[in-house]
Write a protein that binds this ligand. Structure first.
Ligand SMILES: Cc1cc2nc3c(=O)[nH]c(=O)nc-3n(C[C@H](O)[C@H](O)[C@H](O)COP(=O)(O)O)c2cc1C
Length: 187
């Protein structure tokens, strides 16, 4: 069993990273785990050249391929993103854009999932309006969909501008994510 966790934040020590670690704790060593924080990755912007529609590969060589390879060879992908201006952070959006060679809209894609993959989407934001997290969860689910990853759970966490906010006010949701890690491979 293999699980890939994507922390969709600029930073690897905030609320998103904490939630990914909770999920991993829940797995209790039952899976090989790959964890990436998009803020730590070397990912160039998509150039929009569409060469990947001809070759199935990007003209740039950086961290994207290995991250996507890990996702597509996993049994489960856990992706958590904070809201940045009511959307996913630019670093995560750049990963989405650069996944175009491997998405199902690419007629010449050479890398794709060979088995069912479960997806878990989590959104975290400072504000209180649910609709903003819905945009982020929709964005992750859209991305998952084009990679053949079935979203089995969406979790929205509001009123969280810092890790202390998360720890003080969202014990139930933290536990939910831990328990999801415990059960995900049996779902
Ligand atoms: C550049 C930037 C833009 C943000 N924009 C929003 C926003 O539009 N709405 C919101 O509710 N929170 C916004 N936030 C707050 C983050 O969503 C919040 O601090 C989140 O908990 C950060 O998650 P992290 O600790 O995983 O980085 C923004 C934070 C940053 C750094």
């Amino acid at each position: 069993m293999k699980v890939t966790c994507i922390v969709g934040s600029a930073r690897n020590n905030g609320s998103s990273a904490y939630l990914a670690d909770k999920f991993i704790q829940g797995l209790e060593g039952r899976a090989e785990v790959k964890k990436y924080c998009v803020g730590d990755l070397n990912i160039g912007y998509c150039k929009g050249c569409k060469q990947c529609y001809i070759t199935g590969e990007c003209v740039q060589s950086d961290d994207v391929r290995k991250v996507v390879e890990d996702m597509l060879s996993s049994d489960c992908v856990f992706m958590v993103a904070p809201s940045y201006w009511a959307g996913v952070p630019g670093q995560l959006k750049t990963l989405f854009d650069r996944t175009t060679p491997y998405g199902d809209t690419n007629p010449n894609r050479i890398l794709k999932a060979s088995k069912p993959i479960k997806g878990v989407a989590v959104a975290v934001r400072a504000g209180t309006r649910e609709a903003e997290n819905t945009l982020i969860l929709d964005s992750i689910e859209h991305y998952f969909g084009h990679l053949g990853i079935e979203t089995v759970k969406r979790i929205s966490i509001l009123r969280t501008d810092s890790l202390p906010d998360l720890l003080e006010n969202h014990a139930e949701q933290i536990d939910e994510i831990y328990l999801l890690g415990k059960s995900i491979l049996f779902l």
